[in-house]
Design a protein around this ligand. Structure first.
Ligand SMILES: *Cc1c(COP(=O)(O)O)cnc(C)c1O
Length: 437
């Protein structure tokens, strides 16, 4: 008890905990029992994680894009405790509550104009499931059940449930493991790399042809706007997103944008789709929605989609999670949005972009490095070979930084509230990791 209050644990306590953890608790994409030992975090404050032995690390990952304001934030803590004193949860079937209504109002206000209806999901993966269900149910309701496939691009990541895996990149998305049970969708090649790259007409023609060939069976197009996250940390030019909007309009199919990683300013615009000045028919939000506090996601859609679904045979959208619109999560999400918009987040993100760009300059010429790219508050070093994750993490930790590479990618998406000095530390860690390849 006393040790926990101090925010530290004795080496013996720590070892016992880690041993149990290795033997009994699954971690993301990990074997059981574990072959590596997780780092024990006992508290977090600002942009720093505190480990059991008292070591502090700057979180270069924002807890997977989520903790944009850092940890233990007084305003976010207050939002949760205020709501906790009223009600932690109540079912959403037949009931509603102020935190849900307030958050939905806010989301409708800050997302592109045609999005007017909000479905609260309990994770990003579920938000994408709901988006897919919306698109399929929409066409069913129109008497066109044969429109049940989705067009997407390779290199995408949309979550780990079966509906989502079917639209993830076939290679990174483990289609070889589950191919026989995944829905068969239509895949275009990945958008050519480079936010500033000149649009490739041959690629645009290919997209148009693919959509035209399959239009009779397509319910929608689903992509991550501008930045493909866990599928490869690839940035692409806004022209491709505009083209997908045009293609969707031409064939009357729905454009689904998965903004779970890109939303809330991460790419330098509030939404990824703002780079292309387009709006989707369905939009998924998650990750930074609650500022990294609680698990909640949302799927927004237009009047057309909502009315289309509700006028059909089922008469309703057939989805309803137990913890739908959880009041604690909704309360902290509203507080997180208020906090974001009350600060000059654009300047914070631009500053992170400028520092990462300057500090990683020239790293693309290092022998083990294939590419270096920075967009908004995202910095990526792509290695030529899969990286030795523990070795890279050790280098990062020597710089006082927490990074979590995967595959050939060493990357950072820092909390927006990092000071210049903290971003410099992260950049130095990334650079040292790049030099070690
Ligand atoms: C993380 C992510 C998801 C899945 O969200 P979870 O909350 O992990 O289920 C879906 N789409 C994108 C683009 C993501 O980055």
């Amino acid at each position: 008890m006393i040790t926990l209050q101090l925010g530290r644990m004795s080496p013996r306590e720590t070892e016992r905990m880690l041993e149990f953890d290795r033997e009994h608790i699954w971690h993301p994409y990990a074997p059981m029992p574990a072959t590596t030992t997780a780092l024990p975090v006992v508290s977090a404050e600002g942009v720093r994680l505190t480990l059991a032995d008292g070591t502090e690390l700057i979180d270069g990952m924002s807890s997977w894009w989520a903790a944009v304001h850092g940890y233990n934030h007084p305003k976010l803590n207050a939002a949760v405790t205020r709501q906790l004193g009223k009600m932690a949860h109540v079912m959403f079937g037949g009931l509603t509550h102020p935190p849900a209504v307030r958050l939905a109002e806010r989301l409708i206000e800050i997302t592109p104009e045609p999005l007017t209806k909000v479905f609260f999901a309990d994770s990003g993966s579920v938000a994408v499931e709901v988006a897919i269900k919306m698109a399929l149910q929409y066409w069913r309701s129109q008497g066109r059940p044969e429109r049940h496939r989705l067009l997407t691009v390779r290199g995408g990541y949309h979550g780990d449930t079966f509906g989502d895996m079917a639209v993830c990149d076939p290679v990174n998305g483990m289609h070889h493991l589950f191919g026989d049970v995944l829905a068969k969708h239509v895949f275009a090649p990945p958008p050519p790399l480079g936010y500033l790259a000149e649009p490739d007409q041959a690629y645009l023609d290919q997209l148009s042809r693919l959509a035209a060939d399959h239009a009779h069976e397509l319910a929608g197009i689903i992509v991550e706007p501008i930045v493909q996250g866990a599928g490869g940390m690839r940035f692409y030019a806004p022209e491709y997103l505009r083209a997908l909007r045009d293609i969707a309009d031409e064939h009357g199919i729905l454009l689904v944008l998965d903004e779970i990683a890109t939303g809330f300013g991460r790419t330098g615009e509030l939404w990824g789709c703002d780079h292309a000045e387009i709006a989707p028919d369905i939009m998924c939000l998650g990750k930074a929605l609650t500022g990294g506090y609680l698990t909640m996601a949302a799927t927004l859609c237009t009047d057309r989609v909502a009315h289309g679904i509700s006028s059909g045979e089922a008469g309703a959208l057939m989805h309803g999670p137990t913890y739908m619109a959880n009041p604690l999560a909704a309360a902290v999400a509203s507080a997180s949005i208020d906090l974001l918009l009350s600060r000059d987040w654009r300047d914070e993100v631009d500053t992170i972009e400028a520092i990462l760009t300057a500090e990683l300059d020239g790293a693309e010429d290092l022998p083990g490095v294939a590419d270096v790219r920075v967009l908004g508050a995202i910095g990526v070093v792509e290695a030529r070979e899969p990286v030795d994750v523990p070795a890279v993490q050790e280098i990062a930790m020597a710089h006082g930084v927490w990074l979590r590479p995967f595959g050939k990618l060493i990357y950072t998406m820092p909390p927006y509230v990092c000071t210049d000095d903290e971003v410099l530390h992260i950049a130095a860690a990334l650079r040292a990791a790049a030099e070690s390849l």
